[in-house]
Design a binder for this molecule. Structure first.
Ligand code: PYC
Length: 312
């Protein structure tokens, strides 16, 4: 029987399933090319690892691969219930905590290759992890989208390792009690954004003040497969920092504490990467906890051996 060894962690409530061995052999070359190979030839692995019955819509998988970019010591390709992610902030924090648990890294920095660029992650002595993400920027400001059944919704389109539509004014309470309404609204926004000029946007992020002192704001992030991010979303926080920097609302180096819908937090900071292009170098800090070590078993007689594929 085929088997795949995994280590599960969560970062602020959002799970990461790290594939240690038994995953698909994607060969060599740039990670973007290997990610394309994963998508085209090995999608069954993706589904089998993160989808039901072994997984759930919320799990993000992390496939460890040899790096391609000079100076990187490892490579990772993140994936979810419906496809691949460019980068994943909570997943990188989970990856670092998992490698520390396995004794493979000590406090210090690791340069990591991803399909969208090299990132650098630092494991701190207390177990927290800071991720120096790929450069983030706002592509468009105050875009008006006509959302059927709702009306006009304005938001910014920004890159933080994935594409986001960021909405400040939405009129919904960012509370778990409103989860259904939040999911329904953000899904409709996503579809409208995709058909009204921004087909690459696959995350929608809403903001509201936090009821807790010392927190800059709360977010709700709808991920590509219609699950909401339990963490404050590392790439979403990077996209937010890019918008704040572009608007002159956050100074270089100042801390931005981003709270998720379940109350977990990341601390974000930025440095200008290229001010003329509006590109920032974001750093997102958070903590992950290891939860399970497991061997996934693949029985050829099992009709759901390769997972139940969901396409919302
Ligand atoms: O933390 O970047 C992130 C992320 C993306 C999707 C889920 N989490």
């Amino acid at each position: 029987m085929k088997s795949i060894r995994v280590l599960d962690s969560h970062t602020g409530g959002e799970p990461t399933r790290l594939v240690l061995d038994g995953g698909p052999d994607l060969g060599t070359g740039p990670l973007a090319e290997r990610a394309a190979r994963f998508r085209t030839h090995f999608d069954a692995y993706r589904s089998a690892i993160v989808n039901e019955p072994r997984g759930s819509d919320t799990i993000v998988g992390a496939l460890l691969v040899p790096p391609d970019r000079a100076g990187c010591t490892l490579g990772v390709i993140f994936f979810n219930n419906v496809g691949l992610l460019g980068m994943c902030g909570h997943g990188t924090i989970g990856l670092m905590a998992s490698l520390a648990h396995l004794g493979r890294i000590q406090p210090g920095r690791v340069a990591i290759d991803t399909p969208v660029g090299a990132v650098s992650a630092e494991l701190h002595p207390d177990g927290a992890v800071s991720v120096d993400n790929v450069a983030a920027y706002r592509q468009a400001r105050g875009v008006a989208i006509d959302v059927p059944g709702h009306g006009t919704v304005r938001g910014d389109v920004a890159w933080g390792g994935n594409w986001f539509f960021l909405v400040e004014e939405h009129g919904l309470p960012l509370e778990l009690a409103a989860l259904e309404a939040l999911t329904d609204f953000t899904w409709r926004v996503r579809q409208a954004v995709n058909t009204q000029g921004y087909p690459a946007v696959d995350h929608v992020e809403l903001f509201a003040p936090s009821p807790r002192a010392g927190i800059a704001c709360r977010n709700f992030v709808l991920c590509p497969g219609k699950a909401y991010d339990r963490s404050p979303c590392g790439t979403g926080t990077s996209a937010k920092l890019a918008c704040l920097a572009a608007d002159g609302k956050l100074a270089e180096g100042a801390a931005w504490v981003q709270e998720s819908i379940i109350g977990s937090t990341f601390t974000g900071r930025y440095r200008w990467h290229d001010r003329t292009k509006g590109e920032i170098a974001p750093t997102v800090t958070g903590t992950a906890h290891v939860m399970a070590e497991a061997t996934l078993l693949f029985d050829a007689r099992d009709p759901f051996c390769w997972g139940i594929r969901t396409q919302p």
